[in-house]
Design a protein around this ligand. Structure first.
Ligand SMILES: Cc1cc2nc3c(=O)[nH]c(=O)nc-3n(C[C@H](O)[C@H](O)[C@H](O)COP(=O)(O)OP(=O)(O)OC[C@H]3O[C@@H](n4cnc5c(N)ncnc54)[C@H](O)[C@@H]3O)c2cc1C
Length: 537
């Protein structure tokens, strides 16, 4: 697999999103030889691939960036919730400031890796046939590296344009005056629907589960607003590690029934007015744990949404009287005019619970009521093989020659959500059983990323060159995650958080539900004990 000329590195980082770029910068400045391999044609991670109409962050601007003062001082987002193109410009700015590109190989997909235990190195092969040797492999492949396309009969016969949101053409798709169909109403679906509706001749939305979307409260940021916001940046960044989801706000310190009805309602109103993820993650602390508390939150959301939809039958599909699953246990999207879209004459909502998709024809989508929905453009907003897909898609062979696909077949196995037994000298960031999908992306990139950097430093200081998680530690971490999960309402939804969107994938909560502070505490405790749960050599 390797040749005389194989390059040798201290660290190979896979992925050039927030996490991978952070690793590159930190490790390089500590004197490691590091390279990043990135399969996309540019840096930015998901913001390279997800350039569909309306793609936009759901984390507000102050926290959707690195916390380094020399970076944020010189950068200004023009909107509170920036769009994909502005996020890309931000990455270019970071690249320029930190001179990252010289150590990044774009259009380079890592296809395979195997561990050479004698040399204590990973031998890593890229899609173009080249290989490198690296002492450590840091997987920063994110949670959305592998788009999921459902197995719809005859999908390939569609004669119009058909694209997955996570593989959107870089030069865009013209939807103006076209008949557009969108399958899926998850976070990407909501964004593409509200953006496309004004321009499309006709828009057909195929909805399986309504999104419990929340008001974004978008606003532009002028120079004065920027100045004001920046006064609080340092404080906001410092808060991140102390809150459940790595933001600068957290759940209220009591439950929904600890206050009288009118006070509860007033708190919901206030959160709704402030918008963003606040009605989800700054609400009562039992909303994601207690079904009755959750029901109050659902009822509030439902009534707010229904006020905005003219046709009661459509309103019932978008915000059903009886919740299909608890509020907030599936990822809510942030919306700007999503519900008003359904009052437009050119928009039709097809409820897949009533009429399922039977097959695709060259002309469109046929549903089980026999109708053919004629389309020019078909958008697959069908999500991802989330959280594990980036790892299982690569043929990484550890000490037992098993791949992640083999080891995770019966369920994910990790220690601290960052390493797996049988895969020495390999760490992953924003991956399974870590806060990942429950945590703000840049926060995890930095805080989980720091832990990995400190670990490599510890090994170097102590003359060690091999680290591997133990099975016992994995079992303990798995039990801890399962115990936390059992106390939540997450298992009650068929969600990608639970691996339920991909047929055959084990049903389990893929992200760590104990909150970022507890997670960091556990990671730091392990480090203080000389990397408890790992064997070092
Ligand atoms: C549409 C969308 C919107 C989102 N909005 C938000 C938000 O508002 N707030 C938030 O906190 N999070 C959001 N997220 C989550 C998002 O993943 C994180 O914010 C952040 O991008 C994570 O950074 P990362 O570096 O860990 O991973 P990513 O940004 O996912 O980057 C991973 C990179 O790894 C590369 N890669 C994968 N496999 C390979 C391989 N085999 N070889 C080489 N390269 C590979 C990919 O091409 C990709 O560039 C969103 C995700 C999506 C899909």
């Amino acid at each position: 697999m390797t040749t005389m000329s194989t390059q040798e590195l201290d660290v190979l980082v896979v992925g050039a999103g927030f996490a991978g770029l952070y690793q590159l910068d930190r490790l390089r400045s500590l004197g490691y030889s590091v390279q990043v391999f990135e399969s996309g044609g540019d840096i930015g991670g998901i913001w390279y691939w997800n350039c569909y109409p309306g793609a936009r962050v759901d984390t507000y601007a102050p926290l959707y960036q690195y916390s380094r003062e020399d970076l944020w001082r010189g950068w200004e987002f023009s909107e509170f919730y920036p769009g994909w193109d502005e996020v890309r410009r931000y990455f270019r700015y970071v690249d320029e400031k930190l001179d990252l590109s010289r150590d990044i190989r774009l259009n380079t997909r890592v296809s395979a890796a195997e561990f050479d235990d004698d040399a204590r190195q990973w031998v890593v092969r890229a899609g173009d046939g080249t290989s490198v040797r690296a002492r450590y492999l840091v997987m920063c492949t994110g949670f959305a590296a592998k788009p999921y396309v459902p197995d719809i009969p005859d999908l390939d016969t569609f004669a119009g344009e058909c694209h997955h949101t996570g593989r959107w053409p870089q030069d865009g798709v013209n939807v103006t005056g076209k008949r557009v169909g969108v399958i899926g109403t998850g976070a990407s679906g909501v964004q593409v629907i509200q953006e496309t509706a004004p321009d499309a001749a006709h828009l057909t939305v195929f909805q399986r589960t309504p999104n419990m979307a929340l008001p974004m409260r978008q606003r532009t940021l002028d120079a004065d607003a920027q100045r004001q916001l920046k006064l609080s940046y340092a404080e906001r960044f410092a808060m991140r590690g102390k809150t459940f989801a790595g933001f600068d706000y957290d759940f209220i310190g009591y439950g929904a029934f600890d206050v009288p009805d009118d006070e509860r309602k007033a708190i919901y109103e206030d959160l709704w007015e402030r918008g963003g993820f606040l009605p989800w993650l700054a609400t009562f602390n039992d909303i994601l744990l207690d079904a009755d508390a959750n029901a109050t939150s659902y009822a509030f959301w439902r009534d707010k949404v229904r006020e905005r939809v003219d046709d009661p039958a459509v309103a019932e599909k978008l915000a059903p009287t009886h919740a299909i699953h608890p509020f907030g246990v599936k990822r809510p999207s942030l919306e700007q005019r999503y519900y008003e879209v359904y009052n437009q004459d050119n928009v039709e909502l097809v409820d897949l619970r009533e009429t399922s998709i039977e097959r695709i024809t060259p002309a469109g989508v046929v549903t089980s009521d026999g109708r053919e929905h004629k389309l020019d453009v078909l958008v697959l907003a069908t999500g991802f093989d989330s959280i594990t897909g980036g790892l299982t898609a690569i043929d990484i062979r550890g000490t037992k020659r098993e791949s992640f696909a083999d080891v995770f077949a019966g369920g994910t196995r990790t220690h601290l959500g960052t390493a797996t037994a049988g895969f020495p000298n390999l760490f992953y960031i924003y991956g399974p059983q870590s806060p990942s999908a429950f945590c703000n992306g840049p926060t995890c990139a930095e805080l989980q990323g720091d832990w990995v950097v400190e670990c490599l430093e510890y090994l170097r200081r102590n003359g060690l060159s091999r680290i591997e998680a133990t099975h016992e530690a994995e079992n303990a971490w798995g039990s801890h995650v399962a115990e936390l999960t059992a106390a939540t309402l997450f298992p009650e939804a068929k969600s990608w958080y639970m691996g339920a969107n991909v047929p055959g994938k084990k049903r389990e909560l893929l992200a760590y539900p104990g909150g970022l502070p507890t997670y960091l505490q556990k990671c730091n405790e392990a480090a203080e004990k000389g990397y408890d749960g790992f064997v070092l050599a």
